[in-house]
Design a protein around this ligand. Structure first.
Ligand SMILES: O=c1ccn([C@@H]2O[C@H](COP(=O)(O)OP(=O)(O)O[C@H]3OC[C@@H](O)[C@H](O)[C@H]3O)[C@@H](O)[C@H]2O)c(=O)[nH]1
Length: 421
C-alpha cells in the first residue's frame, strides 16, 4: 500500500478547493443565464401580451359603450316626469300628437305629470317623434284617424290633427277638408259627451292674405274660398265656427289658438315649409328657393314658445280666439340670407314663380295673449334657428346612413288621384 505523501495531499486539497470554486462559478453562471433568459422571455411575452391586450381592448371598447348605452336605456328609459296628485293629474288627448307641434306638446304635458293619449293617423306625424314615451304608464299611442269617431274618457282635448304645411294640405284637399270639418265635429262630440275642454289649433291662415297689419283677433280675414289654400284656410275657419256653435248650443268649453308660422326640431324633412326647405337647401349646398321676389313677410316663432302658449291658453278662462306667434317680422329674402349666414353656406338664392294666393304680409298682434295669458315668446329667432339647423344636420346624417336623402318638397298642388281620402 502506497501512502500519500504531504505534497500530494497538499495538491489534492488545492484541486478540491479549485474544483469547488469552479463549480461555484459554474453554478452562478448557470443561475445568471437562466435568470437572463427568464427576464428576456418575460419582456418578450409582456410585449406580446401588451399587443394582444390592446387588440382585444380595441375590439371590446365599442361593445363596452353599447352595453353602457343599453344599461342607460334600461335605467333612464323615460325623460323625467313630475309626480302629480290624482286631483291635479289630467287625462289629456292630443290629436295629431305624433306630429311636429303635437309631439313637443306631448313632451311638455308628460313631463308635467299628466296622462297623455296621442291619436295620430301618421299622415304627416311619425312614431319616431314620440317613441321615447312608448311603454310609459302615463302614455298611450293610438293609430286612429279623427275622421272616424273616438270613444275615450278625457278631461282635456288638444285638437291639432291636420296637415299644416301648404304642400301637405294641398296634396289632398278633400282629406284636409274632412280632417278639419268631420274630424273637428267628432272631437267636439267627444268633448260634449265626456265634459272635456277642447282647444282647437287654428291658424293665422284664417286671416288669408290680410289687408290689416299686424293681424289682431278682431280681424275677419281676406280668404279666397275657392283657391288652392281654401281647403286649409276655410277648413280652419269652419272648425272655429263649429267650436263656438258647440260652446253656445251645448255648453262645451272651447279654446281657440290662432297659430302663426312655427318652426323647430322634428319638422319633417319633406315638410315643404320655408324654414325646413331653406335649412336643408343651405346644408346641402343647393339653391335656396324663394317663391316670387321674396318681399312677402312672415314672423317665425320657436316651437317651445308655442307649446307654452297652448298650455297657458288651455288652462286660462279665455274662450275667444287668441293669436300665438312671434311678432318679429322679416321678408322671405332676408330670411333666406339669414339662414345662409347661420349655416355658413355658399348656396345661391334662386327666385321661382310666386305661389298662388300667397299672403303678402303676416305678423301677429299678440297684445291679447300678453294681457290675458301673461304669455309672450322668449326664444330669439337666431337661437331657435341654430337649434333647427343642428336638428336637420343630424337628420341628414341619419338619412345618409339609411341611404335615403329626401329632397325638400315644392309648394305645388299635386294633380290626379292621391292615397288619402
Ligand atoms: O321653399 C320655399 C317655401 C316657402 N316659401 C315662401 O315662404 C313663405 C312662408 O311659406 P310657408 O310654406 O313656410 O308657410 P305659410 O306662411 O305660407 O303657411 C303657413 O302659415 C301658418 C301655418 O298655420 C301653417 O304652418 C302654414 O299654412 C311663403 O311666402 C312662401 O311662398 C319660399 O319662398 N320658398
Amino acid at each position: 500500500m502506497v501512502s500519500k505523501g504531504p505534497v500530494l495531499r497538499l495538491l489534492t486539497a488545492i484541486n478540491r478547493r479549485r474544483m469547488k470554486l469552479l463549480m461555484g462559478l459554474a453554478f452562478v453562471a448557470y443561475v445568471a443565464s437562466v435568470w437572463g433568459n427568464f427576464v428576456n422571455m418575460r419582456s418578450l411575452q409582456e410585449n406580446g401580451d401588451l399587443k394582444v391586450e390592446s387588440k382585444i381592448e380595441e375590439a371590446v371598447a365599442p361593445l363596452r359603450e353599447k352595453i353602457k348605452d343599453l344599461e342607460k336605456s334600461f335605467t333612464q328609459k323615460y325623460p323625467p316626469v313630475k309626480f302629480l296628485s290624482e286631483k291635479d293629474r289630467k287625462r289629456i288627448l292630443i290629436t295629431g300628437g305624433a306630429g311636429f307641434v303635437g309631439s313637443h306638446l306631448t313632451d311638455k304635458l308628460m313631463m308635467d305629470g299628466h296622462e297623455v293619449t296621442v291619436v295620430d293617423n301618421f299622415f304627416t306625424g311619425r312614431k319616431r317623434n314620440v317613441e321615447h314615451w312608448i311603454g310609459h304608464e302615463n302614455f298611450e299611442l293610438i293609430n286612429h284617424d279623427v275622421v272616424e269617431p273616438l270613444y275615450i274618457e278625457v278631461d282635456q282635448i288638444y285638437h291639432l290633427a291636420s296637415p299644416a304645411s301648404p304642400p301637405n294640405y294641398m296634396y289632398n284637399p278633400i282629406k284636409t277638408l274632412k280632417t278639419n270639418t268631420i274630424g273637428t265635429l267628432n272631437m267636439l262630440g267627444l268633448a260634449k259627451r265626456v265634459g272635456a275642454r277642447l282647444l282647437l289649433a287654428s291658424t293665422s291662415e284664417v286671416y288669408g292674405d290680410p289687408e290689416v297689419h299686424p293681424q289682431n283677433e278682431d280681424y275677419w280675414g281676406h280668404v279666397n274660398p275657392i283657391g288652392p289654400r281654401a281647403c286649409y284656410d276655410e277648413g280652419k275657419r269652419v272648425a272655429e265656427t263649429m267650436c263656438y256653435a258647440y260652446m253656445k248650443q251645448e255648453g262645451v268649453e272651447v279654446r281657440v289658438a290662432r297659430i302663426f308660422n312655427t318652426f323647430g326640431p322634428r319638422m319633417h324633412m319633406n315638410d315643404g315649409r320655408v324654414v325646413s326647405n331653406f335649412i336643408l337647401q343651405a346644408l346641402q349646398g343647393e339653391p335656396l328657393t324663394v317663391y316670387g321676389p321674396g318681399t312677402q313677410t312672415r314672423a317665425f316663432q320657436y316651437v317651445s314658445d308655442l307649446v307654452n302658449g297652448l298650455v297657458a291658453l288651455m288652462n286660462s278662462n279665455v274662450s275667444s280666439p287668441v293669436n300665438l306667434g312671434n311678432p318679429e317680422e322679416h321678408t322671405i329674402l332676408e330670411f333666406a340670407q339669414l339662414i345662409k349666414k347661420l349655416v355658413g353656406s355658399g348656396s345661391e338664392i334662386q327666385f321661382l314663380s310666386e305661389a298662388q294666393d300667397d299672403p303678402q304680409k303676416r305678423k301677429p298682434d299678440i297684445r291679447k295673449a300678453k294681457l290675458m295669458l301673461g304669455w309672450e315668446p322668449v326664444v330669439p329667432l337666431e337661437e331657435g334657428l341654430n337649434k333647427a339647423i343642428h336638428y336637420f344636420r343630424k337628420e341628414l346624417e341619419y338619412q345618409a346612413n339609411n341611404q335615403y336623402i329626401p329632397k325638400p318638397k315644392p309648394a305645388r298642388m299635386k294633380k290626379g288621384r292621391t292615397r288619402h281620402n
